[in-house]
Write a protein that binds this ligand. Structure first.
Ligand code: CP
Length: 309
C-alpha cells in the first residue's frame, strides 16, 4: 500500500513532490527490470479498461502495453462511436458499467473535466488520458521522467513550452508538474494561443519565473529544454484561424545551430510539421525516446493505483 493506492490520476497539480518521487522511482525500477529482460506479473489477474473517445496512438498503446508488461489484461473501446455513447449513454452510466468489468479505467474524452466526472461515478481508479483542452497528467509524468533521463536533473533548468499553449493539455499539465521544481519557464506562442491566464496566475502565485514571448528563436537561445507542441486543428472553431496559425512555429535543423548548447528537444507527438524531420538526427532530439518512456511511467501508475507496487 502507498499513498497512491486506489487513487485517481486526474490532474498534474494533484501530485505532491513525494508522490512524483515515488512514481519516478517505481518507473525507473520497472524500466531496469524490462531492460534485463525480466518477465513481470505484478498485475496478473487484473483487468484494465481503456476508453478512448478521442484518437490516440501513444497513450492508448503504451497504457495497454504497460498492462501487458505487468501480466495484466486489457479490454478496450477505441472510439466513442463503437461504444454505447453513440446511442446516447451518459459517461456516468458507461463508467458504472465498466467498473463491473475492470479493476482500473483509463479514459480519454473530448470534454474538459470528463475524467473527474468519471471518477465521481466509480470507486475504481480512473486515470485521465487527456480531457479535451484540459489536462494530460500521465503525459506530464513521462515528460518529467524524460527530462530527468536526458538532463540528469530538473532543478535550475530553463524550460521553453512552445506552440499552442492555450489548448495544449500536455503543456497545462507539464507546467503544473514542473512548478514543483525550481525551473524557469519561457512560454513561446502566438498571442492568440497564449497559456491560459489562470495557469499563469497560479504559477506566478507559487513564485515561478515566467517569460512570455512570440519569438521562438529567442526561446531557443536560452533554454535547456524546448518542448514543442502541435497547433491542434481539432481545437479550433474557426478553420481560417487555424490556417493562419498552423505554421506559426516550425523548428528546423539550422535553428538549432543558434540554440543553447546541448538543448533537449521534446514533443508529446503526434507532430504535423512543427519539427522538421531533419531535426530527428540531432542528438538532443528526445521525442521518440520520450514516447517510449510512456511504458515505465504507465506501468508505475497502474501498479501504484492498484496497490501492486
Ligand atoms: N502524446 C499523446 O497524447 O499522444 P497520443 O495522442 O498519440 O496518445
Amino acid at each position: 500500500m502507498t499513498k497512491l493506492t486506489q487513487k485517481d490520476v486526474l490532474r498534474a497539480d494533484q501530485f505532491t513532490k513525494e508522490d512524483v518521487d515515488l512514481i519516478m522511482e517505481t518507473a525507473s525500477g520497472f524500466e531496469k527490470a524490462l531492460n534485463k529482460g525480466k518477465v513481470l506479473n505484478a498485475l496478473r489477474g487484473k483487468i484494465l479498461s481503456t476508453l478512448f473517445y478521442e484518437p490516440s496512438t501513444r497513450t492508448r498503446l503504451s497504457f495497454e502495453a504497460a498492462m501487458h508488461r505487468l501480466g495484466g489484461q486489457v479490454i478496450s473501446v477505441a472510439e466513442a462511436k463503437s461504444s454505447s455513447a453513440a446511442k446516447g449513454e451518459s459517461l456516468h452510466d458507461t463508467i458504472k458499467t465498466v467498473e463491473g468489468y475492470a479493476d482500473v479505467i483509463v479514459l480519454r474524452h473530448p470534454q474538459i473535466g470528463a475524467a473527474t466526472e468519471a471518477a465521481a461515478a466509480t470507486n475504481k481508479p480512473v486515470l485521465n488520458a487527456g480531457d479535451g483542452a484540459g489536462q494530460h497528467p500521465t503525459q506530464s509524468l513521462l515528460d518529467l521522467y524524460t527530462i530527468l533521463k536526458e538532463k540528469g536533473k530538473v532543478y535550475g533548468l530553463t524550460v521553453a513550452l512552445a506552440g499552442d499553449l492555450k489548448n495544449g493539455r500536455t503543456v497545462h499539465s507539464l507546467a503544473s508538474l514542473l512548478s514543483l521544481y525550481d525551473v524557469r519557464f519561457i512560454f513561446a506562442s502566438p498571442k492568440a494561443l497564449r497559456m491560459p491566464e489562470a495557469i499563469v496566475t497560479q504559477l506566478k502565485g507559487k513564485g515561478v519565473s515566467i517569460t512570455e514571448t512570440e519569438d521562438l528563436r529567442k526561446a531557443l537561445a536560452t533554454s535547456d529544454v524546448l518542448y514543442m507542441t502541435r497547433i491542434q486543428r481539432e481545437r479550433f472553431k474557426d478553420s481560417d484561424e487555424y490556417d493562419r496559425l498552423k505554421g506559426a512555429y516550425i523548428l528546423t535543423r539550422d535553428m538549432i545551430a543558434n540554440a543553447k548548447e546541448n538543448i533537449t528537444i521534446m514533443h508529446p507527438l503526434p507532430r504535423v510539421n512543427e519539427i522538421a524531420t531533419d531535426v530527428d538526427t540531432y542528438k538532443g532530439a528526445a521525442y521518440f525516446r520520450q514516447a517510449a518512456n510512456g511504458i515505465p511511467i504507465r506501468m508505475a501508475l497502474l501498479a501504484l493505483v492498484t496497490g501492486k507496487a
